[in-house]
Design a protein. Structure first.
Length: 189
């Protein structure tokens, strides 16, 4: 199988189900940003970090493929001819969100209380985590925008929201683990 099909040479691409749309369609922007996020998480997972974080990030990457598949499927292509949902076995579950919440809570127990906003940085690995968090927030904004135009699964938006929270707390935990300095943002007076 060749990697190039030439079918996108005119600026269109196929969604799941076969519908062709412009490559700048909000649905393409949404799942393309999720793909970008997945790559940043892969970069983070490739760093010298606690193996337990790597396992969580691997699970997140798997879930992000599911999110991408959901976002790549327009509402008219969600159901099969027999009425069943095409992606019913792939969906994001409430338990996926609860998993992230448990991970957040476990890390948060060892972190000092936040008294101000935190400037991203302090260590390259921490910065990679903050970049992933920012891309996650962009993916979330695009999924919300898509949902305003064409309804999508609510749990996708909820998952992306919780994932950005997870990445923020992971950045703080990595700062602690790596003995890096957490820089508070102190506004000018």
């Amino acid at each position: 199988m060749k990697i190039y099909t030439k079918s996108g040479d005119t600026g269109t691409t196929s969604l799941y189900g076969g519908t062709r749309v412009s490559k700048h369609h909000i649905r393409i922007e949404s799942y393309g940003t999720v793909d970008e996020l997945n790559s940043h998480i892969g970069l983070l997972r490739d760093q010298e970090i606690n193996p337990s974080y790597k396992l969580v990030l691997l699970e997140v990457q798997d879930r992000l493929f599911t999110v991408g598949a959901i976002l790549a499927t327009p509402p008219e292509d969600e159901k099969l001819k027999n009425g069943e949902k095409r992606l019913q076995n792939l969906g994001i579950l409430e338990s996926d969100i609860e998993f992230l919440e448990k991970e957040i809570d476990a890390m948060d127990e060892s972190l000092p209380a936040m008294t101000s906003f935190v400037l991203p940085g302090g260590h390259t690995i921490v910065s990679y985590c903050h970049i992933a968090r920012c891309v996650c927030r962009r993916a979330e904004r695009l999924a919300v925008y898509l949902n305003d135009i064409e309804p999508t699964e609510e749990l996708v938006i909820k998952y992306l929201n919780r994932l950005s929270d997870y990445l923020f707390v992971l950045a703080r935990k990595l700062t602690l683990d790596l003995n890096a300095e957490e820089m508070p943002w102190i506004p000018r007076k």
